[in-house]
Design a protein. Sequence first.
Length: 71
Amino acid sequence: MPTAATPDATRCPLCGQPNRCAMEVERETGRPQPPCWCTQADFDPQALRALPEEARGRACICNGCAGSPAR
């Protein structure tokens, strides 16, 4: 079970919903994936600032949170 030090890379660290990260799917399955949705997304700066320190660079924000101000 993930702890605060090891966030679940398949879930959004802001809302807890699946983040649908193609890069994580590829890492887990070994199957090549198309480019992830996040490579073309505009991330809300407020949402990025709201990321817990332990999740930065370890878990992707989901599409819903990426374009919305942090909750």
